[in-house]
Design a protein around this ligand. Structure first.
Ligand code: GLC
Length: 740
């Protein structure tokens, strides 16, 4: 990389936000130039004035016009203004202050890979989505996968990837759970920290989002979340705290919603008192897109950057400063925090990006990662793995048109996708010709009639399979595989309706027919779940094996076949509770609103979210948090804990007592001593993934629990407190536990 003269000077600048050089630059900036750094460049070609936030349906941005401007490819390494464009399809960038050598900064989505326009062959790798990553319980795997993803961020000329998205899965109906991680804050925080480390190891940034309490899509631009301080601290802010302290994301994205009446992007308690003064965060905060609230209040709260930036916001800040309503020192501190990040960005350092990352190598990484998070939920009589070269009757439209990832900002413009039909044939299985042809033509016919873009991915309606067809298939094949698919996306929540939380009538009838026919023929039925979330599972008695494949990325069909064939031994565990009844979820009483008009939502369940709630009310779930089967068996022994100072070191011996090599995720829970404080029965306090253990091999797994992690937040005294007494540590998922 060529070293530019001012690069050397700038390198010194990136030492810390308040180094004299930054102050020196700020003292030279005009007010408009400061606003160029703080308000995104989208205002250079303003969208229709009614593109105001909070409007239930605003006209889609004129992507055509934006794309035309952005698609002018400019030679990498040149200081460019927005209008010359650098990365077609990037979500946002800054207007450079060329007079002082301050470049633009390019921000692009999203959590499953770089989302940019596929012009000039700029495809990116569609990696598995969030819920699969957390289901792996494997921070090393996540970090190595995002190391590859971060390479694409850098080689396509992007400075900050708008990811990871880590809001707590308060309800299974939240539309964006596919890109979120868990109902548990520790799992979400640790996976996020690993994700951030992997991306940022490339010298590019991340944007930890959406900060905070953005747990639904319904009326996301204005819904007010009423949540207790204790639930905020222990559940909803906790994953962000872990990720900030352990991985220092370059940026954070504030959320659209209100928290206890105050918009997150205007919330000084959240963005300055907690994030900076308590947690010591030193990056910058940007708004979510079109979160056009009160610009002056956002700046004052410590929301440093307003994205993607509108004329209205720039005017508002200029007026507030000139009318002295807003002290310019607030604006200067935002500029300083942004410059502090800009100076370490590839664009500022004139990195000559190649525009040609190793997509083939990354596809292989995406495939391997996908197998690490799949969850084997049922495997009666060791139905799986399938015998080699088995003849398969493959049902379900998603088997032939796999759902790779979600829609909206979390989508990725990938070059191809591998569906399960292809994956199974690549793995040497034979597909029933009649059924395959029937589905293939049905899918092709439907795809010909619909168009796909990053906001909408049309899901092919299910085909009805008659009892006669099912019986014919049962005679001619060794097994049935049926995929149930659910698309997921930004901007809308799911519903407890047929075809969403429940099976559709056609899915139900198909499963009835297929299960009846194959059981009569003494042959197994395997169900694959291709979705970023979970559904009602009352039908599970009709299946012999169930594999949750999540939204597994562009290599999904191969990855699922790797697991079904036994090439990969599934080792994922559920990062959320699967209830028997939707109403068993504590949040079901208040989702997506509490007052019926979507104006506010009361988090009345407080800290009792997910398994914390199920265990408090002794409600048996269908599948507990942390549940996951393997093709082999593991035994646990010698669980012991030693406390020294602020840390408890756990160790447990894990042995592979089965016949296949495999990995296991070890979960450690802590239960507080009896006290007059409402405490969950137990809480996840550590987890670790074993290496691949051969049959007979064992590993001593060590984990650490900081004693300070055992504290609860005392709302009355507004401080963290540690219950005195004897604590119980248990290891295993919530259905099978060994105790210390
Ligand atoms: C969207 C999403 C956010 C995304 C941003 C840019 O509305 O909420 O996750 O990064 O806008 O596309």
């Amino acid at each position: 990389m060529k070293i530019y003269p001012f690069f050397l000077a700038a390198a010194a600048l990136s030492v810390s936000a308040q180094t004299p050089q930054i102050d020196n630059i700020i003292s030279q900036l005009t007010l408009d130039e400061k606003i160029n750094i703080v308000v995104g460049a989208n205002r250079l070609f303003e969208l229709p004035p009614d593109a105001a936030p909070g409007m239930p349906a605003r006209p889609a941005p004129d992507w055509e016009a934006i794309g035309k401007i952005q698609s002018q490819k400019v030679k990498p390494g040149v200081v460019t203004a927005f209008t010359e464009g650098r990365v077609p399809g990037a979500a946002g960038e800054l207007i450079p202050v060329e007079r002082l050598g301050l470049t633009t900064m390019i921000l692009a989505d999203g959590p499953a890979g770089v989302r940019i326009d596929p012009v000039d062959g700029h495809y990116a790798t569609a990696f598995p989505t969030g819920s699969l990553l957390s289901a792996s319980f494997d921070t090393d795997m996540v970090e190595s996968m995002t190391k590859a993803m971060g390479n694409e961020v850098k080689e396509y000329g992007v400075d900050v990837l708008l990811a990871p998205a880590i809001n707590i899965m308060r309800s299974p109906l939240c539309g964006r759970n596919f890109e979120y991680y868990s109902e548990d804050p520790l799992l979400a925080g640790k996976i996020a920290a690993a994700y951030i480390r992997g991306i940022q190891s490339n010298g590019v940034g991340t944007s930890l989002k959406h900060f905070a309490v953005n747990n639904q899509e319904t009326m996301r631009n204005g819904v007010n979340a009423n949540v207790s301080d204790r639930a905020l601290r222990e559940i909803y802010l906790r994953p962000f705290e872990i990720a900030v302290k352990e991985a220092q994301p370059w940026t954070i994205m504030s959320s659209y919603n209100k928290i206890n009446g105050v918009l997150a992007s205007e919330n000084r308690w959240l963005l300055t008192d907690v994030l900076r003064n308590e947690w010591g965060y030193d990056g910058f905060v940007m708004t979510d897109w079109w979160a056009e609230q009160d610009g002056a209040r956002q700046i004052k709260a410590g929301n440093d950057m307003l994205m993607p930036g509108s004329v209205h916001q720039a005017d508002e800040i200029r007026d507030a400063i000139t009318s002295k309503r807003l002290d310019e020192r607030f604006l200067d501190s935002c500029v300083a925090r942004i410059l502090n990040v800009l100076f370490k960005s590839p664009t500022y350092n004139r990195y000559e990006y190649s525009d040609a990352p190793d997509l083939e190598g990354h596809a292989a990484i995406a495939r391997k990662a996908a197998t690490e998070g799949m969850v084997l939920m049922q495997n009666d009589d060791r139905t799986l793995p399938l015998k080699p070269k088995s003849k398969i009757a493959l049902f379900g439209t998603s088997s032939y048109d796999i759902l790779v990832g979600g829609t909206g900002s979390g989508n990725v413009n990938r070059k191809y996708k591998v569906s399960l039909d292809e994956g199974l044939q690549n793995a040497g299985f034979k597909l029933d010709k009649n059924i395959s042809e029937k589905y293939t033509s049905h899918v092709a016919e439907h795809k010909a009639k619909t168009e796909e873009n990053f906001w909408t991915v049309p899901v092919v309606p299910e085909l009805a399979i008659s009892e006669a067809e099912a019986a014919k298939c049962a005679r001619a094949n060794d097994a049935a595989i049926l995929t149930i698919g659910r698309m997921a996306g930004e901007g809308g929540d799911r519903h407890t309706t047929a075809g969403d939380w429940y099976l559709s009538d056609t899915e139900k009838a198909n499963l009835d027919a297929i299960s009846k026919a194959f059981r009569a023929a003494g042959k197994p039925v395997v169900v694959v779940l291709n979705m970023g979330n979970i559904i009602d599972m009352k039908w599970d008695t009709q299946a012999d094996a169930i594999l949750h494949a999540w939204l597994p990325g562009q290599e999904g069909g191969n990855a699922i076949a790797d697991v079904l064939s036994g090439k990969a031994n599934p080792s994922g565990r559920l990062p959320m509770t699967v209830a028997y009844n939707y109403t068993d979820y504590p949040s079901s009483a208040n989702f997506p609103s509490s007052d019926g008009v979507d104006g506010s939502v009361d988090y009345d369940e407080d800290i009792f979210v997910g398994y914390r709630g199920f265990e408090a009310s002794a409600t048996a779930p269908a599948y507990p948090f942390g549940f996951g089967l393997s093709y082999t068996d593991f035994t646990y022994s010698n669980l012991n804990a030693a406390r020294s100072g602020d840390s408890i070191t756990l160790s447990v011996d894990v042995a592979n007592s089965g016949k296949k090599a495999g990995k296991d995720a070890i979960l450690a829970f802590a239960s507080a001593p009896e006290s007059d404080v409402a405490m969950p029965v137990r809480e996840l306090r550590a987890f670790a993934k074993t290496a691949l253990l051969k049959p007979g091999a064992s590993q001593t797994v060590k984990m650490e629990i900081p004693v300070s992690d055992l504290r609860y937040f005392d709302e009355f005294e507004q401080t963290w407190k540690l219950p005195e007494g004897t604590w119980t540590i248990s290891v295993g998922d919530l259905s099978t536990q060994i105790y210390l």
